[in-house]
Design a protein around this ligand. Structure first.
Ligand code: NDP
Length: 434
């Protein structure tokens, strides 16, 4: 806090991890002797650069570009790129820090990083997005590589943006290598990567429900967001017989009491991925409620799954969810609950997990994409989905192992943080003072 007073999101993420690992940390005096905490919390390096690009009117636009390389003790830096007007150093540092633990949890050899820009693709033409991505990669390529740092997508960076950046990297280096994950199927992308975060989120939810013998079938679910993670969370919920009733974007949310079915989901995918429209249009098409400027947490349902952005559930929303009888909260997004909201969920003993556990499926399949690229092979859909499922089961098992409290309540936040921390800490110790 003293060193980074103007970075609230980063302080929030670090504080939450440190609070939950304290007990475990104190069992290891050898960690204290090598100043492990500071070495773990401060990123290896932050790369910051200017991005100039030309808009359709011929004006020169300038944005900031960043890559936070947090830790490579267990593998090459790995983590997404976020293109959104809200992007700043604090947000990327929190995401890179979280990513290090998340990647550790996946059991795959990946370190943690995150990057992005305050550029937003929203309202931009395809040609503008392409020129921006090319300009961004013209600087970033110096600092990444298949054995050094492998970025992926995040908010505002989907298949289109990854494709443009991959093309520019190839042009600059004359090399076709697995430098980004989330690539198109035609040029090295893994099957199931687009679905992975959403599917993994629901596999994790199933595991949590199983601990209380609750079936997902027939349960109503509040979903926020309508991007990549929200769409495939909804798809998997439908496969398993649940009933998603909301989704949102940064302008507001829709509530569909009949449930978002396969046909309506196909419409959302077309609306958000192709037409790049607003979720309000869903309400107009299907004649359902649209609430501008609000989030869906005050509606009644069995389960909530935030899949948009950080700090979208505050204390008031958490209290409303509990008063409405929520059973479980599982996170597609990174750090979507404020610290007060986390406390409220845990005190009420609802099934509640941190994003680094439930949304790790995306980076896990990114790790599998890296393996396929190195092997120059492509695995089939079933094989990747099965591996994803197994990884989510392992993460859940680790959370239960490290997070079960004396009264039997599983503190998934604590469990995920300790499981992720132990592996990273041991690797730091083994590699000396570097
Ligand atoms: P997308 O850009 O595909 O979708 C983001 C969605 O969230 C959009 O509906 C967007 O609305 C909404 N949103 C973004 N910012 C805000 C905001 N400030 N307030 C309200 N709504 C907002 O991103 P993803 O689906 O990929 O990512 C969603 C979350 O999941 C993020 O927290 C990300 O870090 C996390 N995540 C993503 C992974 C992945 O594989 N993609 C992996 C692990 C975590 P609008 O259309 O108006 O912009």
């Amino acid at each position: 806090q003293r060193r980074f007073p103007n970075e609230p999101e980063y302080i929030q993420a670090v504080s939450q991890v440190l609070e939950t690992i304290e007990e475990e940390y104190n069992k290891h005096p050898e960690f204290e002797r090598v100043n492990l905490i500071e070495r773990l919390c401060i990123p290896d390096r932050i790369i910051k650069f200017r991005v100039n690009w030309v808009d359709d009117k011929g004006n020169i636009q300038t944005n900031m570009g960043y890559r936070v390389q947090h830790s490579n003790v267990i593998g090459p830096y790995k983590g997404g790129l976020r293109f959104h007007t809200s992007v700043n150093e604090s947000i990327l540092k929190f995401l890179a820090f979280e990513q290090t633990f998340k990647n550790s949890l996946t059991t795959l050899p990946m370190g943690g990083g995150k990057g992005g820009s305050d550029f937003s693709p929203r309202g931009k033409s395809n040609a503008e997005v392409m020129r921006f991505c090319q300009a961004f990669m013209s600087e970033l390529w110096h600092y990444i590589g298949p054995d050094c740092d492998v970025p992926a997508g995040d908010i505002g960076v989907g298949g289109r943006e990854v494709g443009y950046m991959f093309g520019q990297y190839k042009k600059l280096t004359h090399q076709f290598v697995g430098i980004l994950t989330g690539k198109g199927q035609e040029f090295g992308g893994s099957l199931i990567r687009p679905e992975a975060t959403g599917y993994g989120n629901v596999y994790f939810l199933q595991n949590m429900l199983k601990t209380r013998n609750i079936d997902l079938k027939g349960k109503t679910v509040l979903v926020s967001g309508s991007g990549n993670v929200a769409q495939y969370t909804i798809e998997k919920l439908l496969h398993l017989g649940a009933k998603p009733v909301t989704c949102s974007d940064s302008d507001g949310y829709i509530y569909d009491p009949d449930g978002i079915n396969e046909e309506k989901l196909a419409y959302i995918m077309e609306l958000k991925n192709i037409e790049r429209g607003r979720i309000r249009e869903y309400a107009e098409k299907y004649g359902v409620k649209y609430v501008p400027g609000a989030k869906p947490w005050f509606e009644k349902a069995d389960i909530a799954t935030p899949c948009a952005t950080q700090n979208e559930i505050n204390a008031e929303a958490a209290t409303a969810l509990i008063n409405n009888g929520i059973i479980a909260v599982t996170k597609g997004a990174n750090m979507p609950s404020t610290p007060e909201a986390v406390r409220i969920f845990q005190e009420a003993k609802v099934l509640y997990c941190p994003g680094k556990a439930s949304n790790a499926g995306g980076v896990a399949v990114s790790g599998l994409e890296m393996t396929q690229n190195s092997e120059r092979l492509k695995w089939d859909r079933e094989e990747v989905d099965q591996k994803l499922h197994n990884i989510m089961d392992d993460i859940h098992e680790n959370c239960v192992r490290y997070g079960t409290e004396p009264d039997g309540y599983v503190n998934y936040v604590k469990g995920a943080n300790i499981a992720g921390f132990i592996k990273v800490a041991k690797a730091i110790m083994a590699q000396g003072i570097v």
